[in-house]
Design a protein around this ligand. Sequence first.
Ligand code: CP
Length: 336
Amino acid sequence: MNSMTILDAGTVAAGSLLTVAGLSVEEVAAILTATDRLERMAAAERVKILAGRRIALLFYESSTRTRTSFELAAKSLGAMTTLVSDKSSSIEKGESLKDTGLTLRALGAECIVLRHANSGAPYLLAKMTGLPVLNAGDGMHEHPSQALLDLRTMLARLPGMSGRLVNAKTLDGVTVVITGDILHSRVARSNAMLLPRLGARVVLCGPKELLPEDALGLGAGVEIERDFDKALKQAASQGAAVAMMLRIQRERLAGLELDLGDYISRYQLDQERLTAKAPEALVMHPGPMIRGLEIAGEVADGPNSAIEDQVRHGLGVRTALLARALGAGGFESVTI
Ligand code: CP
């Protein structure tokens, strides 16, 4: 199959979420409003929303948070789920993404949640199956549900944010310092695309090896600062500061050697650095984190940390995304 055949295969179903770029600010607001509504709903009511509907979780890369929260979210809406992972399916025998997707569709899947090592794979799957596809992380490209749960965490934890309407000024005065392996991070990319559209300033921080000058194709509201101490101090002096730490993705380094001792001294968020530079900063990490490398355990477990909140908000946001994907639970106008 050549690429033209793939691109001509069909349109992307409404309700898909492939990139945060595809969401208007109004749609982001609608997803977060639905998240609130679904969370407050009695479990006995919520379970009727997708009762009997079939959702496939197709994971070509390992995951704890994303996979589990999508599965629990689907079940809380009454849907049936099936997990297909590359390790224990016919993918191991060489079956293509297209044939795997068509097989799931033939078995009655109405929506596919896909994590894949290749950037753009969710887009191809959506085109080839015609089903709504939720991108659960594609290569170094995007992790849109992570950016939405990160946004919800900020709105819940930053002072004065609770109950604020989501619009282009919601995060005015907020600086989000994203530090670590920016080059390989789909989380950084999705957040750098989403947060400035809501008024935040995003500062990317890390050594050249992990943060080339042209990283992410910097858009408006996104800057680079290599000095982590300076970035934290500036963020704290200009309003609300968020320190979002990222894991070094050893699995994607491909021969790139880093002096870890030097990295830790310059970029690890430990208590001394946090207290000295941004004592009120909200500390975030998408996980999985490597304690003692990009973040000290005492900071991860400390009062500034929102890391477990992020996981909890992931469940809520993904519940809304699944309802939206299947045109239910307040998203009936999203036609599939
Ligand atoms: N943040 C995140 O995507 O975590 P998992 O890899 O555990 O899903």
